[in-house]
Design a protein around this ligand. Structure first.
Ligand code: UDP
Length: 239
């Protein structure tokens, strides 16, 4: 049976653990454990990791810093996270490599499409860091880009809530969750799930996006979480 290939987008906050800032070793081990479980479902696994647990360009800009260096700091933060997850995976006996869009060759191999495909097919969990390598983008867009490039069957977006709602469920108790929704509707209604560039790229590459609560990866049978889409919201082609 041909293996499915997925791209999992994890925000940097996933690595916070109980802390308010930085990387928590237990959280890295937990992430590593569910990445391995996903791989054991006969899937090739790519991961794009964010940097929000350390720096977000937007926050630094509030201090008056210009956007480009602020975003450089944000992208560098994703390298720290990627290395932490790679080392947790290796400690658990998995094969894992880090490829960076922001060239830093002594630290992480520069991103290369051919090699990424090779590493995936050889059973490595490939962690893509450095975002897109450009300021003014987000790691959500990097996830859509890498998912498109590696021809992922699906982009998995783990979030703090359990899907896409018509309004912020953390603020509005009457918010309604969508089980399925089209890319175009997410864009038209400006639903806050991923930035518009990421959604538009997935739409043009026809990559379905499954949005779900990352807690489910920790608590539930991962096979069920990734096949029973009622646990979250599936964004795909539609009306
Ligand atoms: N970033 C960037 N270009 C990219 C991806 C990320 O400049 O292609 C910067 C940006 O400053 C962003 C930070 O890296 O705020 C961390 O990424 P993100 O905010 O997407 O992380 P997450 O919220 O997923 O942890």
């Amino acid at each position: 049976m041909t293996k499915k290939r997925i791209l999992l987008k994890l925000s940097g906050e996933t690595l916070l653990g109980e802390q308010g800032f930085g990387i928590h070793q237990d959280a890295c081990m937990q992430v590593a454990s569910y990445l391995q479980k996903i791989q054991q479902l006969n899937m090739e696994v790519g991961v794009v990791i964010g940097g929000g647990n350390i720096f977000r360009g937007i926050d630094l800009r509030l201090t008056g810093m210009p956007r480009t260096p602020a975003d450089h700091m944000g992208m560098l933060a994703t390298l720290l996270n990627g290395i932490a997850v790679q080392q947790a995976l290796i400690a658990r006996g998995a094969k894992a490599c880090v490829m960076s869009a922001l060239e830093c060759p002594k630290v992480a191999e520069p991103y290369n499409w051919t090699k990424a495909l090779q590493y995936l097919s050889e059973g490595n969990i490939v962690i893509f860091v450095g975002g897109t390598g450009n300021p003014y983008f987000t790691t959500d867009t990097a996830a859509a880009l890498r998912a498109s490039e590696i021809h992922a069957n699906m982009l998995l977006k783990a979030t703090k809530v359990d899907g896409v709602y018509n309004k912020d469920p953390l603020k509005y108790p009457d918010a309604v969750k969508y089980e399925r929704i089209s890319y175009s509707r997410v864009l038209a209604e400006k639903l806050q799930v991923m930035d518009a560039t990421a959604i538009a790229l997935c739409r043009s590459s026809q990559i379905p996006i499954f949005v779900f609560n990352m807690q489910r990866l920790l608590e539930d049978d991962i096979g069920q979480v990734l096949t029973d889409f009622t646990h979250g919201t599936l964004i795909e082609e539609g009306e």
